[in-house]
Design a protein around this ligand. Structure first.
Ligand SMILES: *[C@@H]1O[C@H](CO)[C@@H](O)[C@H](O)[C@H]1NC(C)=O
Ligand SMILES: *[C@@H]1O[C@H](CO)[C@@H](O)[C@H](O)[C@H]1NC(C)=O
Length: 243
């Protein structure tokens, strides 16, 4: 699956909806046992959640958007397929969540590419299921520090912290991802799938049993005038930077 939504693969409602439909099709296709996610856009895997979906819209819109974000995570984190992220560019915030939800992460070996859950830098609190996913990959201490500081880690640092599993030169990324998939698919699907589900089920269930509460929580938070104001200022800054 190649993300191609210029300029920066922002996770807009349309993007998330299309990805969700795509994943559902693959999940239901018995001939498809693995997926590699990568970007078709140079230097960026995805910029993360689309801020324009969270700014100056109705509460109904915020709720719909948030359900789409939950949906993608539930699908990806709970997928029966082998999922590999071939991260060939920066991967902040929601984009990092997508990568963390895969079974394995390979990143292009370029210190200019950064990855991390940097929500807190914008005054946004990463929801508990972002946190749970992160903790399950890197452990409590690293997740705690990185989340509080909203850190974006360079590729070498991300490898050292365990956020990604390996670094390879960008031109070898595709071959490496294929080799990893071959390794994971050499096992019987059944045992691997049950094991995956055993490892992930409690975290998935936590969102499933609090899904609507989590939507209301997000809508309440994002609708606050102080948050809207800082999002507007942030978008202004991005516009200025662009042109
Ligand atoms: C990496 O980025 C380029 C775009 O620059 C893309 O075409 C390529 O397929 C990407 N993925 C991999 C796995 O190399
Ligand atoms: C995270 O950092 C990236 C890259 O600097 C930025 O584009 C993005 O808006 C930030 N996201 C949040 C939620 O702070």
């Amino acid at each position: 699956v190649k993300f191609k939504s210029p300029p920066v693969n922002s996770l807009s409602l349309d993007f998330l909806t299309e990805l969700s439909i795509g994943l559902e099709k693959l999940e239901n296709n018995r001939g498809c046992r693995a997926v590699i996610f990568t970007s078709a856009i140079p230097k960026i895997f995805s910029a993360g959640l689309d801020i324009t979906e969270m700014c100056g819209k109705s509460t109904e819109h915020y709720a719909e958007f948030w359900r789409a974000v939950q949906n993608i995570w539930l699908r990806l984190y709970g997928s029966n397929m082998v999922t590999v992220a071939a991260i060939n560019g920066s991967s902040p915030a929601g984009s990092c969540l997508l990568a963390l939800s895969c079974d394995y992460r390979i990143m292009a070996d370029n210190p200019k590419f950064v990855i991390g859950l940097n929500e807190s830098q914008l005054g946004i609190v990463a929801p508990f299921w972002f946190k749970d996913t992160f903790v399950n990959v890197v452990g409590h201490r690293i997740a705690e520090r990185s989340l509080q500081l909203g850190s974006l880690h360079s590729a070498p640092e991300a490898l050292q912290l365990g956020i990604v599993d390996e670094l390879v030169p960008e031109e070898k990324l595709q071959d490496k991802a294929a080799a990893v998939v071959a390794q994971w698919l050499a096992l019987p699907d059944h045992a691997r799938q049950i094991t995956k589900s055993m490892m992930r089920k409690s975290v998935l269930d936590r969102l499933l049993t609090h899904q609507e509460e989590d939507v209301q929580n997000f809508v309440g938070f994002i609708s606050k005038e102080s948050i809207q104001k800082s999002l507007r200022m942030y978008m202004e800054m991005l516009k200025k930077r662009k042109g």
